[in-house]
Design a protein around this ligand. Structure first.
Ligand SMILES: C[S@@+](CC[C@H](N)C(=O)[O-])C[C@H]1O[C@@H](n2cnc3c(N)ncnc32)[C@H](O)[C@@H]1O
Length: 240
């Protein structure tokens, strides 16, 4: 997460929010990135961090590694929970949800939908084929809080992440995913930006996107073999 060029911008923005911003790390694994956010000052002015994974055992391994589980003497302020993003309803958040930013005691993805300011997805998109990546992007957009009327002012939101990409979009050959050979799509920086603009166009229309969406993606080499797409979508939350 730290290697994403939007990281420092997000930390600055979070600390200037007029209320406590909420960030979700989706597919958090053991929660290393989420814990680094605290070290880097994300919650200096009270920002909250939620971290969700499909598998409770990864979250438990994180508690064990960092010795900061709920029963420890120094429990982490990060609120970890399990959830499958593909099981979250894709319906827009209900009005009641949009108005309240209060989080439920038992966190679920449906319970936090429409309440978030920042969403991170590290090494998640590249597990899936092209239509599933589009579905996932749509779901991340749904997680973000949008103003419910024209008087509702909200500071910018950011969705960001990194995952395997290709210089020219296409299928990534021969990768083992979740115990089976899966079809994995690799977006290029250009097709990735296009994907996000089309998601927001579907939601709020072309003109809104032109004024309110700033999407960036670059391929960065992370070792001699692998290049990854580092990307961010900054959303100016004007009423649509
Ligand atoms: C490759 S790991 C990435 C870990 C970390 N975010 C990173 O950047 O290194 C992908 C994680 O996503 C989780 N995951 C996969 N499918 C998911 C889903 N449908 N909903 C939530 N988490 C999921 C996996 O359990 C795994 O921990």
């Amino acid at each position: 997460m730290r290697e994403n060029s939007v990281y420092n911008e997000l930390l600055d923005l979070a600390n200037k929010y007029p209320f406590r911003p909420i960030l979700l790390d989706l597919g958090c694994l053991m929660g290393t990135d989420a814990r680094n956010l605290i070290r880097d000052g994300y919650n200096k002015s009270g920002g909250q961090i939620l971290a969700c994974d499909l598998e409770q055992r990864f979250i438990d391994l994180g508690y064990k590694l960092y010795q900061d589980g709920p029963e420890s003497t120094h429990p982490t302020p990060i609120r970890f929970f399990t959830g499958d993003i593909f099981k979250m309803s894709i319906a827009p958040p209900t009005e009641a949800t949009e108005h309240g930013r209060d989080l439920p005691q038992n966190l679920t993805l449906d319970g936090v939908k429409g309440k978030l300011d920042f969403v991170y997805a590290g090494a998640l998109f590249h597990l899936f084929d092209e239509p599933t990546q589009r579905d996932l992007a749509f779901r991340l957009a749904r997680l973000i809080q949008m103003p419910s009327d024209s008087s509702g002012q909200l500071p910018d939101a950011i969705i960001f992440g990194r995952h395997a990409g290709l210089d020219e979009e296409g299928y990534i050959s021969g990768h083992f995913v979740g115990g089976r050979w899966g079809q994995r799509y690799g977006h290029s920086p250009t097709s990735w930006v296009r994907l996000w603009k089309s998601i927001y166009t579907e939601l709020y229309g072309h003109e809104w996107v032109e004024e309110n969406i700033q999407a960036n993606a670059v391929m960065q080499r992370i070792n001699t073999k692998v290049k990854m797409l580092f990307w961010s979508v900054r959303i100016k939350r004007s009423y649509r």
